[in-house]
Design a protein around this ligand. Structure first.
Ligand code: B12
Ligand code: SF4
Length: 569
């Protein structure tokens, strides 16, 4: 049986958000490993970002995956292939299937012969065996529970070796699940996902070792929250550190985690020793009531700026997820966010507008109050084409977003950010990087130089940066400041490169942002404000989460919204 994994993404989105940096299709290497033992199965990986569609060969089964953003591109390629290979079967899995199913729109996937919802490690081999033996299989195949990650296999070695060089570094999935309960998050609502499912640290180290031999030096640890289980996170760091000591090999690591890390100095030190140098953290907002509204309580337990500075004081860079468009966002949200970023010393981070992912309490609240809209499949997950009706007028939200990115990209503001970051580095606990860093410019450039389109974007990035004399002035100031401060113990150059790369990214991303890029809406002028907390929101829940936890989230959200409604804004 010939089986082709098809990785297909929305090219426009990739061009404007990623600028030539492509990440590997972990799903394909992961699932391929679980098919290896099946007799007479030939595996091929096709990645639309690198290969011409005309080169796709005939197969018996084409397997697609996707996130919501990519769905239109995937569906189109699926149609093309069906015309060329009408006898083949077509299957799809991944986050988009979960989103469609939870939104009650699974029929939108009707053009696929089979739809997989949930983890595929066990479901896919069983399905293929059934298909080969002619046994009947349902069209929608839902995994009954999360795959037990203690049974995880190393990623498929042959496919990895053949293709890994095309991507930026590598990705190793290390855990699934997160113990928190943010209102807008669809990670917590996946079945049995409100706790950590962890891989054996020894398997993680063996993946790193195999990747090192393939000349990979940058690794992204895919998970929902790396410190969902603190004890395990420490064990992983210890195992990596022991591997580094024994072999002299070392990787630059990047992962997702939560702000409560700032309260754990021993874990912070261990993460540093293991080679981590960047963390993505959902900071979301510097407005306290917005965080309470979304029940991101871990972000309110400490002062946000102090917590980010505390983490960065060890030498890490915090890449912040930032969201605007919460119900309780004040009219001066732009000021609040810009001020918060400066106080935290953040040199990275990107804003989005709040969207409601299917299955989340936020989605339910929007649905019950008639605030859901059908933009872009109605599934949420897009940056500024969103599926909810905001409370603040749409013109204000658009103007705020644009004002935010304009001021964010100004030289004086960027310079102040850098200064604030450098002040974090003065702490006694600071530890210099031991590697070239996760965001290694030389490696990034090597990828970009292979593709004329991305090379053009690179030239454009620098042209835009130096076109403004004010920007050039602040870059020179930053260089002088860095020269004055740099030492081997505190290598400021390392961070200056990252700051410049990020700033130029942001200029490139937002310079052409216009009203036409937004597809957003607000509630009608006669919207009853009591409906911010619609009837039914506080009642039933289909989540497989302990009732007390669900209540805790709802109580936080309800309390914040009641105060807001009472204030009669
Ligand atoms: C790593 C990662 C990234 C990386 C790299 C992604 C890549 N490889 O290209 C980066 C940082 C670039 C990234 C960016 C974004 N990401 Co991201 N990312 C992840 C993360 C943390 C891990 C993905 C992963 O590799 N998991 C490991 C693999 C093994 O899991 P998997 O793909 O889900 O596959 C399993 C099952 O789904 C199933 N399966 C999947 N496909 C198929 C197919 C078949 C046929 C079968 C049988 C089974 C099957 O089997 C697999 C094994 O169980 C996930 C969250 C998560 N924990 O999964 C978010 C996630 C995928 N990202 C998400 C989003 C929204 C984004 C962004 C749009 C964010 C933004 N606003 O900019 C961007 C878009 C990127 C782009 N297209 O340009 C969402 C998608 C939600 C959705 N429903 O669409 C997720 C789920 C997080 C979340 N819940 O919010 N991301
Ligand atoms: S902390 Fe992050 S992953 Fe966990 S529930 Fe909140 S948003 Fe989701």
């Amino acid at each position: 049986m010939r089986l082709t994994f098809v990785h297909c993404t929305n090219r426009a989105y990739a061009d404007t958000q990623m600028f030539g940096i492509h990440f590997m299709p972990v799903w394909a290497y992961t699932l391929a490993a679980h098919l290896e033992a099946l007799p007479d199965v030939q595996l091929v990986l096709f990645d639309d970002r690198f290969e011409a569609r005309a080169t796709i060969g005939e197969a018996d089964l084409f397997l697609f995956t996707g996130i919501n953003q990519d769905f239109e591109a995937i569906a189109q390629l699926g149609e093309e292939l069906r015309l060329r290979f009408p006898r083949a079967k077509y299957a799809i899995g991944g986050p988009v299937c979960w989103s469609f199913q939870t939104a009650g729109k699974i029929e939108r996937l009707a053009r696929f012969d089979y739809v997989f919802v949930g983890d595929g490690e066990e479901a896919l081999p069983e399905f293929i065996l059934a298909l080969k033996s002619g046994r009947p299989v349902p069209r929608i195949i839902a995994a009954p529970q999360r795959f037990d990650l203690s049974k995880a296999l190393p990623m498929h070695r042959r496919l990895l070796a053949q293709t890994v060089h095309r991507y930026y570094g590598a990705i190793v999935e290390v855990s699934r699940g997160c113990p928190f309960l943010c209102e807008f998050c669809d990670i917590r609502v996946l079945p049995d996902n409100n706790r950590s499912h962890i891989k054996d640290p020894a398997l993680i180290v063996s993946e790193l070792d195999a990747l090192w031999d393939l000349n990979v030096r940058q690794v992204l640890f895919a998970c929902d929250n790396f410190i969902g289980s603190h004890g395990w996170a420490e064990d992983v760091c210890d195992a990596i550190h022991a591997w580094m000591q024994a072999t002299g090999k070392r990787m630059s690591l990047y992962t997702w985690l939560t702000i409560d890390l700032s309260r754990h100095p021993r874990l912070l030190s261990k993460l540093r020793m293991a080679g981590f140098d960047m963390f993505f953290i959902g900071v979301e907002s510097f407005n306290r009531s917005s965080l309470l509204e979304t029940a991101k309580l871990q972000n309110t337990a400490l002062g946000m700026a102090e917590a980010v500075r505390g983490i960065q004081s060890y030498g890490f860079i915090v890449v912040a997820g930032l969201i605007m468009g919460f119900d309780t966002d004040p009219d001066d949200i732009t000021e609040v966010m810009l001020d918060g970023i400066l106080r935290s010393g953040l040199i990275s981070g990107d804003p989005s507008l709040l969207t409601a992912l299917p299955g989340t309490p936020l989605y339910k609240r929007m649905q019950l109050s008639g605030r859901l809209r059908d933009a872009k499949l109605g599934l949420g997950g897009f940056k500024y084409q969103t599926n909810i009706k905001y409370l603040r007028p749409v013109d204000r939200i658009r103007a705020d977003f644009k004002s935010f990115v304009r001021r964010f990209n100004q030289g004086a503001y960027q310079y102040s950010r850098l200064l604030a970051f450098y002040s974090c580095m003065e702490a006694p606990q600071y530890q210099p990087p031991r590697t070239s860093g996760y965001a290694d410019l030389r490696r990034l450039l090597r990828l970009v130089f292979r593709n004329s389109r991305y090379l053009y974007l690179l030239v454009l990035r620098f042209a835009m940066l130096v076109r403004s004399p004010v920007r050039v002035f602040y870059i020179l100031r930053a260089v002088i400041l860095t020269l004055r401060k740099h030492s081997s113990q505190r290598p400021h150059w390392f961070y200056l490169k990252f700051w410049l790369f990020n700033w130029s990214n942001s200029i490139l991303k937002y310079s052409s942002l216009s009203d036409a890029d937004f597809d957003i809406d607000s509630v009608e002028s006669n919207f009853n404000r009591e409906n911010i907390l619609p009837l039914g929101y506080e009642e039933s829940s289909e989540e497989q989460v302990a009732a007390s936890k669900v209540r805790a989230q709802r109580n936080a959200t309800v309390k914040a919204l009641k105060i807001f409604i009472g204030q009669g804004h």
